[in-house]
Design a protein around this ligand. Structure first.
Ligand code: SF4
Length: 334
């Protein structure tokens, strides 16, 4: 699909046909199964200053925490015992966790649960960290690009550049990670053209996963007064990403559930999504992981209910990227 057509379809007044088309593409390239990824938000320390995020280093109104390595490993084991085959380790950009400590955590989780996949979502780090994490068993890396518009990126991420972000994603791919990008829908001054560029960027990066969520404000950030992103527009971006990128794993994000607790994620499953990420962070820590306000809690039971309500099946597989699997096969046959 060309940029012009994507923009036209983002403008469509009644997107029902678009959602159905995305659902057909999802069914053709994947299947009816929804993959469950269990998240542990193990630290809310962050050295960055993203203008929209409650974890930004300037925010003194949240209690900062770091879970202990043994607590993280124990929780990962418990999640695995619930039948969840992917653990997502997520934090702010926190250098209080050294390469060595993170390697120990990854290695130990993998040692005790060799059948599961580990996704890291821990931001920008020195390149040799990514290599070390891969060497001890990390499988996937999620690093959302947030916006493909250079100027907006630099405005909302002081001290960071989109170029660096994309270099890291390319590097992660070279290391054979399954990579994830993703964007925010509804940032100030963002246009439909920008959203089309987000979709085309994810296509160009050939991502294995993409997290697409609406902007939701956080009261202690410079964007506190900006209105939330629009549900329909977010679903259109999700649907078009499915149509353009085909096999990509697309979560029905928790932010959609926050925007519309009754239907947000069910609608996402009817518009191309095939992944859900319940939150296993202990309550004491979870209430301080405030990227945006009023974040809904989607636990494992709720995730399963939503999957069934959407008329889909619960996957019991690891849910590796099919693109990545084909890539592996091609190399094995050389
Ligand atoms: S978006 Fe990520 S990098 Fe930016 S402040 Fe929040 S946690 Fe830190």
């Amino acid at each position: 699909m060309e940029r012009k057509e994507i923009i036209e379809r983002l403008k469509e007044g009644s997107p029902e046909e678009l959602f159905k088309e995305a659902d057909r593409v999802r069914k053709t390239y994947l299947d009816d199964e929804v993959h469950i990824r269990g998240i542990i938000e193990f630290s809310n320390y962050c050295c960055r200053s993203c203008l929209y995020c409650g974890l930004r280093r300037e925010n003194e109104n949240i209690r900062r925490y770091r879970m202990l390595p043994d607590e993280i490993i124990k929780l990962a084991n418990e999640i695995t015992q619930c039948g969840v085959k992917t653990i997502v380790l997520q934090s702010g950009d926190d250098f209080g966790f050294s390469q060595k400590v993170l390697c120990r955590i990854i290695e130990k989780i993998k040692e005790e649960n060799p059948e599961i996949a580990i996704t890291l979502s821990i931001g920008e780090r020195p390149l040799d960290d990514y290599k070390a994490f891969k060497d001890v068993g990390a499988d996937r890396y999620l690093l959302k690009h947030e916006t493909a518009n250079l100027k907006l990126y630099e405005r909302f991420h002081p001290g960071q550049t989109l170029k660096r972000r994309l270099q890291i994603l390319e590097y992660l791919k070279k290391l054979d990670y399954q990579i994830g990008a993703g964007n925010i829908v509804g940032l100030p001054n963002q246009t439909l053209e920008d959203l089309a560029d987000d979709i085309l960027l994810m296509k160009r990066l050939d991502v294995d996963m993409a997290g697409i969520g609406p902007f939701i404000s956080q009261k202690d950030t410079p964007l506190r007064n900006h209105p939330s992103g629009n549900l329909d527009l977010t679903l259109k971006v999700l649907a078009l990403t499915r149509i353009v990128t085909k096999y990509t794993h697309l979560p029905a994000t928790t932010a959609l559930s926050t925007l519309n607790p009754t239907y947000g994620q069910v609608l996402a499953f009817r518009s191309g999504a095939n992944v859900i990420m319940p939150d296993f962070t202990p309550e004491e820590e979870r209430k301080n992981y405030i990227i945006y306000d009023n974040k809904t809690r989607v636990d494992l039971e709720k995730a399963k209910t939503i999957i069934l309500e959407a008329g889909r099946k619960i996957s019991t597989a690891r849910g590796d990227s099919l693109k990545w699997k084909r890539h592996q096969k091609a190399f094995a046959s050389i």
